[in-house]
Write a protein that binds this ligand. Structure first.
Ligand code: ZN
Length: 471
């Protein structure tokens, strides 16, 4: 068998044949040529026989390593003129537009990035972390399920910090599928508004066609109602935008917000405002996760104050013992190690403010125990509120006020079954992934990693792709 034939079989690059193979000290270079005659625009798939000019462009892609060898694919590409995108170098079937890596290499990177840490990937694949970020963003844009925003009924909106200095990503979770279906950089109302804009894109400005414009001026516009309306069933309305006559729109795309039955969120005002404006029929719920998180913060405040007091009294040993007890207090009792459980027992024996704060925190967590009926929870919240207001611990008195204010939305979450257990696993996964994404320079890459890991995407390894004939 000739070397070129051998390499053709070995690399399985679609649409090309191997012309030449060269061994250099640190790499194998494989020269390939496209089999097809027609030139294809990499952006839109427009194809033509005409070349824009005779100047070829030499391009290089990194492919999967061959044993210890780095493998480079070299190909001379022609240029074409796309009516939509102008002058472009033709696309190749084995790599994404703009990438310096083959699809096989990129799918390996994406698969690893969702499963293992930064230094493993960098060392194993010999690429830097920002390159991983760019690859992840490309794969995400390519592989994401286009129907991911259809049929959303119960969702959660939450922010997660992805870098120090208060930089946030806002993520939308589909509670039914337990997947992250949307995200953007930033937080609060602006971010949630951006989600609703994508869910139901606002009608585009009518084309500046003079005939149409005069018609628009002479005829009254039609307003289509949205949300709960006796004549328009949910999902068939159009947000209260004034639509110009003759404007062609697809009604189904404009009505996805009308399907939402419940939206869970934190206790801040931003997301709630946006949901009230864009999906007024949806029930607002507070994610139990956020309530428990606030209780943990209150406990931590009490613990820190007590620790500082001990330190100021000169009790260095006790102060140190106390500092290490943080996790004994914050972890779920059933998840404590033996040592942490012993520390907790000591705190209990000592009694005092910290122990009281701990029991209050556990009482807050108790509201969300699985198996409680709505009536049970209502009674528990009532008792809890009275305990908190009488606690004489400032952070917990404050917590009580917050819970009282959001009582109905907390109960709504329980009624709809948006409980701690259902959201916690996904939450933990998202937080783990965003920590891994800290090293990326762009929010887009961080977001792509979260969505590739927790979203409606199935990633395959190169051999799986080739086996299933997907390429
Ligand atoms: Zn094009």
């Amino acid at each position: 068998m000739r070397v070129t034939t051998g390499f053709s079989r070995l690399l399985r690059l679609p649409g090309v044949g191997v012309r030449k193979v060269r061994f250099e000290p640190d790499r194998v270079i494989v020269e390939v040529a496209l089999r097809r005659r027609r030139l294809i625009c990499p952006e839109c798939g427009y194809s033509t026989r005409a070349r824009k000019d005779t100047r070829p462009e030499s391009s290089v892609w990194r492919h999967l390593d061959l044993g210890v060898w780095r493998l480079e694919v070299h190909c001379r590409r022609r240029r074409l003129w796309c009516p939509e995108h102008g002058a472009r170098t033709e696309g190749v079937p084995f790599a994404r537009p703009g990438s310096e890596f083959t699809r096989d290499f990129e799918c390996l990177v994406a698969w690893l990035a969702t499963r293992t840490d930064k230094s493993t990937i960098k060392r194993m694949l010999r690429i830097d972390w920002d390159t991983v970020g760019r690859i992840v963003a490309r794969v995400c844009a390519d592989e994401l399920d286009p129907g991911r925003l259809d049929d959303l009924y119960e969702i959660g909106v939450d922010e997660v910090s992805w870098k120090r200095q208060h930089r946030y990503l806002t993520l939308v979770v589909d509670h039914h599928r337990r997947q992250v279906v949307w995200g953007c950089e930033g937080s609060g109302q602006v971010a949630a508004d951006a989600f609703f804009d994508e869910l139901d894109p606002p009608p585009a400005d009518p084309a500046p066609d003079p005939a149409k414009q005069s018609r628009a001026a002479s005829e009254p516009a039609i307003m289509v109602p949205f949300g709960p309306c006796p004549t328009v069933p949910a999902g068939h309305g159009i947000p209260g935008a004034w639509l110009m006559p003759g404007l062609e729109i697809e009604p189904a795309i404009f009505a996805r917000a009308g399907l939402l039955q419940a939206v869970s969120m934190d206790m801040g005002p931003g997301y709630a405002k946006s949901v009230r404006a864009n999906a007024p029929q949806a029930v607002l719920c507070i994610d139990p996760y956020h309530v428990v998180q606030l209780a943990n913060q209150a406990l931590d405040e009490v613990r820190r104050a007590y620790w500082n007091e001990l330190r100021s009294l000169g009790d260095q040993d006790a102060a140190k013992r106390f500092k290490d007890s943080r996790w004994s207090l914050l972890k779920r009792p059933e998840k404590l190690t033996d040592e942490q459980a012993a520390t907790l027992a000591r705190i209990k024996a000592a009694g005092g403010e910290v122990w009281r704060a701990y029991t209050l925190k556990e009482a807050v967590r108790g509201i969300f125990e699985p198996g409680l009926s709505l009536e049970d929870v209502a009674v528990l919240i009532k008792r809890l509120l009275s305990r908190l207001s009488r606690s004489r611990l400032q952070p917990f008195v404050r917590l009580g006020k917050t819970i009282r204010k959001h009582r109905d939305a907390i109960l709504a979450a329980i009624r709809l079954g948006i409980n701690q257990g259902r959201t916690e696993a996904l939450n933990n996964k998202v937080r783990l992934i965003t920590r891994r994404a800290y090293g990326f320079h762009s929010a887009k890459a961080a977001l792509a990693l979260v969505i590739l890991t927790c979203g409606p995407v199935t990633l395959h390894l190169p051999h799986e792709l080739h086996a299933s004939g997907l390429t």
